[in-house]
Design a protein around this ligand. Structure first.
Ligand SMILES: *Cc1c(COP(=O)(O)O)cnc(C)c1O
Ligand SMILES: [Zn+2]
Length: 413
């Protein structure tokens, strides 16, 4: 069933058989999955998808599994919703939200990458899986490992949000909190992957894991009626998602499933961890690592593995990178909730606030169609907004008490 041919180094072009490999042995660059596009083109018409279940697996010919998928069978095909009230607030004509804050089963886009990674872990015969994570990946690996019968070891920075800790432990995963930021956790994980024969989804399974991100792009195109948007705004941590949405749009054009079109890619980060947007603003893809200090912990990767390629994607598309302060992130979360009734986590606040900033700067054309990637759920980062949203003291169960409160509120308005 698989159309995967091999893995190919993004730098030197050396090819490798489809095995669990972390990076090119010669130049340490990431490895990319390469498919037989001519065969897919000849054998799989776009119309074949129409009768398939509405999950990410409807695009299975463009994913790297050999056999039938067994993990994440309900993952993906999240809503693409028009956002007219947000558009009005931002002075834009047409905005859509790709709402992965309701992705199955753990409410973030990371369920997509984990579904693919665990499928490959199964094919490679690993009984134990793991990851280094800024939170959402931890939740997704723990949940899908539990459902798939894998043991799991999850490594996270010690200061992770309590919701993401509980949302990992509840699935019975072994959670290891590490003193240090994500980049140190990730380095430890690479050493562990060499010592133990485990499938670490973002180390030795990374080239498969990252392919799962493409499905967000496939879905956006299909949900727009097999059309590519003029602009996308995508939050960046390691920088993989944005490059893989670009790969997805490229594959759809190669297969003739969409008309050729140019999409501008806008990358969003928090100013407190902005190695990719800083490089994009400098017009140079070389990344200078940073020490993260932001409430957007899910994006807090100071030395992003795919940062170089993310900048190239952004600059090559005619887009831009932009970052926003923690205060703006909170404003972004509240603006999205107030206008569209969607409660996103800090990463979604970054996306909304960056879109607003780009429109104000004239870098994002408000007369064009723009898709914002809302990648995680607000219930996982309650602490980011709980101080500003503290409830008032309770009233007695008496009409007079309510009327007093009502008049005070009306007076304040
Ligand atoms: C991981 C993550 C991202 C960014 O993913 P990368 O592929 O590492 O750039 C965006 N949003 C959320 C909520 C995430 O958890
Ligand atoms: Zn190489």
């Amino acid at each position: 069933m698989s159309y995967l041919i091999h893995l190919k180094c993004r730098e030197c072009g050396r090819t490798y058989p489809a095995e669990p490999l972390a990076a090119c042995e010669e130049c340490w660059a990431p490895l990319e999955a390469v498919y037989g596009y001519d065969s897919i083109w000849a054998e799989v018409p776009r119309s074949a998808l129409a009768s398939r279940p509405k999950t990410m697996w409807r695009y299975r010919e463009l994913l790297p599994l050999e056999g039938e998928p067994r993990d994440g069978l309900a993952t993906g095909f999240t809503p693409l919703v028009p956002a007219p009230r947000l558009a009005e607030a931002l002075g834009a004509r047409e905005i859509y939200l790709k709402n992965d804050s309701v992705n199955h089963p753990t409410l973030s886009f990371k369920d997509r990458v984990v579904a693919v990674a665990l499928g490959k872990a199964r094919e490679f015969g690993f009984d134990t899986v793991g990851c280094s994570s800024t939170g959402n990946l931890a939740n997704a690996v723990a949940a899908q490992a539990a459902a798939g019968g894998f043991k799991s070891f999850i490594f996270v920075p010690a200061d992770l949000e309590p919701e993401k800790i509980v949302g990992t432990l509840v699935y019975g995963a072994t959670l290891v909190r590490v003193e240090g930021n994500y980049d140190l956790v990730n380095r430890l994980c690479s050493e562990i992957a060499q010592k133990h024969s485990w499938g670490i989804v973002n180390v030795n399974l990374r080239s498969y894991y990252s392919e799962g991100s493409k499905t967000l792009g496939f879905e956006v195109a299909e949900q727009l009626g097999w059309r590519l948007p003029q602009n996308v705004v995508i939050p960046m941590a390691g920088g993989s998602l944005i490059t893989k949405v670009a790969k997805a749009f490229g594959e759809l054009q190669k297969l003739g499933w969409v008309e050729p079109a140019k999409t501008r890619f806008f990358g969003a980060q928090a100013t407190g961890c902005s190695p990719i947007t800083t490089a994009a603003k400098n017009g140079n893809p070389e990344i200078t690592p940073q020490k993260p200090a932001t409430i957007a912990k899910s994006l807090a990767i100071g030395n992003p593995a795919d940062g170089y390629y993310a900048v190239k994607t952004i600059l090559g598309s005619g887009g831009a990178g932009e970052d926003v302060s923690d205060a703006e992130i909170v404003e972004g979360i509240r603006l999205l909730a107030n206008t569209e009734g969607i409660f996103t986590e800090t990463a979604g606040g970054v996306t909304v606030a960056v879109a607003r900033k780009l429109i104000r700067q004239g870098l994002l054309n408000p007369d064009e169609t723009t898709v914002l990637a809302i990648t995680g759920n607000g219930l996982k980062t309650i602490g980011a907004v709980s101080q500003e949203l503290a409830a008032e003291a309770a009233i007695r169960p008496m009409l007079a008490d309510f009327e007093e409160r009502y008049l005070a509120a009306a007076g304040a308005a």
